[in-house]
Design a protein around this ligand. Structure first.
Ligand code: MLC
Ligand code: AMP
Length: 496
């Protein structure tokens, strides 16, 4: 039973005729429908020569077929590798080059220039992959996998901006799913309102696995929108979101206590939620958001309690099986209450970065402790409070953005001497990307030209929301740009 698919199927098997994925105003599929669709897709994958352990790169819109494809990969023992739909062909090219997938599954008309096999799958059931699945006989088996075999690979960047493929095993995903399902009290009557993208841990694993483990209906919104959420919440018992989604809901007058009457659990994560948003949410709904903390390499790490006091501004207690400590920069454990780097050991902890053993080693300490890069403290009761990150990574609306990647493009623009990209507080995105630009006077360069340099190169959510002129960047004695100084200087840019 070590293939994650078998564990999920064992749980949803008694609900085969129940609704699984319901797209408002669109299709409604039972667990049997999705199970069979995944079996047919598994045949197509095998016919394409996708073998056990082969990577399958997927950049398609959120759809029921996208979920079936994920399950098909699990069934066949292939490695599911989803990519943000906002990534440009150039960005996808890097991942494809690095991961060497057996096949890339893309929206029709996209990625055709890649030097690898690309097949198509669209949300409306068109595309060669979808057509082949319609005609295929089901592959009704589930390939047996060992606990340490890789089920999925999700790219995540380091401070250098070079993305690394985090290898998540069947055991990683299974243990995290079972723990969350248990501690968040999922039961047969739950209905999950699904508003997140399914190319990240949050929407793909946390949300879908919890629902599948009790055969729940999932109201599957193709895209988050306050109006759609307000319309569907009365049919739901659980919603999982990122802080930006909750901020936008609070800003909408239609979001009321009545709309939330059937909801037993709202969770938030992927980015910090301010105490003000927690308070506004409670004032509006009478309910308290349960905030939890996770990351791609480890799945979910801590959670505020389902039963028991939820403390805004903290991310709660380690999940069952997770060991957590706070250390100094040399890895020495700090006493309770002191602030340092959060390190963890967990059954959810990834198997390493794809083909980067030295990077994997660099982010671990002796004894298997993984250095999360998050900075925080644990109180006497064992609650974790996150206070920042040790890297300059920006989290904008739940998406990670790596300054270096943007600086490398902007620094090449004629007339630019250098740039410093930072994240500053933003009322909607939590943090917004801002570029501080030092010009060298050799050529006139406008903000429009700077923005144009990024167009088609980097996904638009990474583009700076504002460019700021500076005569120089602050540096320390080692010549390193002082990002913290820049962040302080521009902290009020969007919040004054
Ligand atoms: C969209 N845009 C963003 C953005 N999302 N800009 C900055 N930050 C973001 N997060 C920009 C687009 O580039 C576009 O700009 C414009 O906004 C409209 O695009 P859209 O696609 O219509 O955006 P919208 O639907 O409003 O998206 C906002 C959002 C989305 C909050 C719904 O960003 C989102 O779904 N975030 C969730 C991310 C997530 O699932 N993270 C989990 C990571 S897992 P332009 O210029 O083109 O008009 C993880 C582990 C854990 O972190 O703990 O869970
Ligand atoms: P990712 O690499 O996309 O999985 O993002 C993981 C990072 O998101 C973590 O390392 C944290 O910095 C951040 N994160 C996730 N959940 C929370 C939370 N509840 N509060 C603050 N930061 C969070």
């Amino acid at each position: 039973m070590t293939n994650l698919y078998s564990t999920l199927a064992e749980h949803f098997h008694s609900h085969l005729d129940a609704t699984f994925l319901r797209v408002p105003g669109g299709e409604s599929l039972t667990y049997r429908d999705v199970d069979q669709r995944s079996a047919r897709m598994a045949t197509v994958l095998r016919d394409l020569g996708v073998g056990v352990g082969d990577r399958v790169v997927v950049q398609i819109d959120k759809s029921t077929d996208n979920v079936a494809l994920y399950l098909a990969c699990l069934r066949t023992g292939a490695v599911f590798l989803p990519l943000n739909t906002a990534y440009t062909p150039g960005e996808v090219g890097y991942f494809v080059d690095d991961a060497a997938p057996a096949v890339v599954i893309a929206r029709p008309g996209t990625l055709d220039g890649l030097p690898t096999r690309v097949v198509h799958l669209d949300t409306d059931g068109t595309g060669s992959f979808a057509k082949d699945a319609d005609a295929a006989d089901p592959f009704d088996q589930v390939i047996e996998r060992a606990p340490g075999d890789v089920a999925a690979m999700l790219y995540t960047s380091g401070t250098t901006g070079r993305s690394k493929g985090a290898m998540l095993t069947h055991a990683n995903l299974t243990s995290n799913a079972l723990a969350l399902h248990e501690i968040w009290g999922f039961g047969p009557d739950d209905v999950l309102l699904h508003t997140l993208p399914i190319f990240h841990v949050h929407g793909l694993f946390v949300a879908l696995h919890c629902a599948m483990l009790s055969g729940n209906e999932v109201i599957f919104l193709p895209k988050f929108g306050p109006a759609e959420v307000v319309e569907q919440l009365p049919n739901a018992t659980v919603m999982m979101g990122v802080p930006t989604q909750y901020t936008r809901l609070i800003a909408d007058d239609r979001f009321t206590t009545d709309v939330c009457a059937s909801v037993r659990l709202f969770t938030s994560g992927s980015a910090p939620m301010t105490e003000a948003v927690h308070a506004d949410f409670t004032a509006r709904t009478g309910l308290q958001i349960l905030e939890r903390y996770g990351m791609t390499e480890a799945g979910m790490i801590t959670s505020n309690p389902y039963d028991g006091e939820r403390v805004p501004g903290t991310v709660g207690f380690p999940l069952p099986g997770v060991e957590l400590r706070v250390s100094d920069d040399d890895g020495a454990q700090l006493p309770t209450g002191q602030t340092g780097v959060v390190e963890i050991r967990s059954p959810g902890l990834f198997a390493g970065y794809w083909q980067m053993p030295e990077k994997t080693a660099a982010e671990h300490r002796d004894g298997g402790w993984f250095i999360t890069g998050d900075v925080g403290s644990v109180d006497a009761a064992g609650r974790l409070t996150l206070e920042g990150r040790s890297s300059d990574m920006i989290i904008s609306g739940g998406y990670n953005v790596y300054p270096k990647e943007i600086e490398m493009v902007l620094d090449e623009v004629p007339g630019v001497l250098e740039t410093g990209v930072i994240g500053v507080p933003h009322p909607d995105f939590g943090e917004a990307v801002v570029a501080i630009v030092v010009r060298d006077g050799s050529a006139e360069v406008t903000d429009i030209q700077l923005a144009a340099a990024l167009d088609g190169v980097l996904a638009r959510f990474k583009h700076p929301k504002q460019y700021i002129d500076a005569s120089e960047l602050p540096r320390n004695a080692m010549s390193k740009v002082q990002k913290a100084t820049l962040r302080t200087e521009h902290a009020a840019l969007f919040t004054d």
